[in-house]
Design a protein around this ligand. Structure first.
Ligand code: PPS
Length: 318
């Protein structure tokens, strides 16, 4: 069995991080903390849920989609859901059938419920919502490997884990628009990029998030895929995931799934486009390389050097 890495909370209050607090001005964030020696950033409210997540009961039949934000999580979720459920396309919103484990710890709505209208059960207590899901459960999380429930890290339970990642330039740009739309970010693009590169944004540092799953890549219950592969050869990724989930579908069925998962189809599908919630324009660009429309050559150069620094000696290529 692989060695068990115990969570070392090493919690540091980031109240002194002026940019984070200055530019994320929403009432649902009171402050930020850093967790583990990799200094993953999470909202302070997460502290109230940390033990519950650590000790969350997991089942071998669970299926997790794990990712850093804005890397193609929803796209992967819809693919995994359809493959796992005999390609039954459904109108039920994805956050109900494939809920986000730690959405409650992310947004402290207690003092500002008006921001999110009538809170659904899922938002009020996402851990409890996930606990009660019918099995097999389909669960989304942005938590890095190091913060997944203990039973997963120790190998006591072996749910299927599909991790998706994306090149950091597109990820950061997508995250910028997302944070402006739903996380109360009021700063400009350059401030945001400094925070991303400095590993100061929620769920950052991005390199530690990606590298920590690569340390687990030999586990039989872990499958790593990329946004870029899904764009260039969705069929192969579908087949790979089918194999991982022990499912078999005909070429004709796979073709229907490919159509269902296309950007245009998902953009117009209210069960996955978050049109009815805070995520306006969630299906934004949906391409590889959209960062070129937003980044200056200087910033691209800065990112490229950062990529060499953080990933140059690894097998991960962007
Ligand atoms: S979240 O909020 O973290 O769960 O967001 P996430 O789902 O990870 O990422 C959102 C980005 O994925 C794009 N997306 C797609 N691209 C191509 N094809 C399909 N079907 C698709 N579905 C979602 C979405 O447009 C966001 O990327 P950007 O670059 O902002 O367009």
């Amino acid at each position: 069995m692989a060695t068990i890495k115990k969570i070392d909370p090493q919690i540091t209050n980031l109240k002194s991080d002026e940019n984070l607090l200055k530019y994320f001005t929403s009432d649902f964030r009171k402050g930020y903390i850093e967790v583990t020696n990799k200094k993953f950033v999470l909202p302070q409210y997460y502290l109230e849920f940390m033990d519950k997540i650590e000790n969350f009961e997991v089942y071998d039949t669970d299926v997790f989609v794990v990712s850093h934000p804005k890397t193609g999580t929803t796209w992967t979720q819809e693919m995994v859901w359809c493959i796992g459920n005999n390609l039954k396309f459904t109108n039920v919103e994805i956050y109900k059938r494939f809920p986000f484990l730690e959405v409650t710890p992310l947004f402290d709505f207690r003092e500002c419920p008006e921001l999110f209208g009538e809170l659904s059960d899922h938002l009020l207590d996402s851990l409890e919502y996930v606990r009660k899901l019918p099995h097999p459960r389909y669960i989304k999380t942005h938590l890095p490997w190091d913060l997944l429930p203990k039973q997963i890290r120790t190998g006591e339970r072996n749910p299927k884990i599909i991790y998706v990642y994306r090149n950091p330039k597109d990820t950061s740009v997508s995250y910028y628009y997302h944070c402006r739309a739903v996380e109360g970010f009021t700063g400009d693009f350059n401030v945001f990029m400094d925070l991303f590169l400095g590993g100061r944004l929620t769920y950052g540092p991005f390199p530690a998030h990606v590298l920590s799953i690569f340390e687990q890549k030999n586990r039989e219950n872990v499958l790593i895929i990329t946004y870029e592969e899904m764009k260039s050869d969705l069929r192969s990724v579908i087949k790979n995931v089918m194999n991982f989930l022990s499912k078999n579908y005909s070429d004709e069925e796979i073709e229907k799934l490919e159509d269902h998962l296309s950007f245009e189809s998902m953009k117009n599908n209210n069960s996955v486009n978050y049109a009815n919630t805070g995520g306006k324009n969630f299906m934004r660009a949906g391409i590889v390389g959209s960062y070129k429309n937003d980044m200056t050559p200087e910033l691209i150069n800065r990112f490229d050097n950062w990529i060499v620094d953080k990933f140059g000696k690894t097998e991960i290529k962007f």
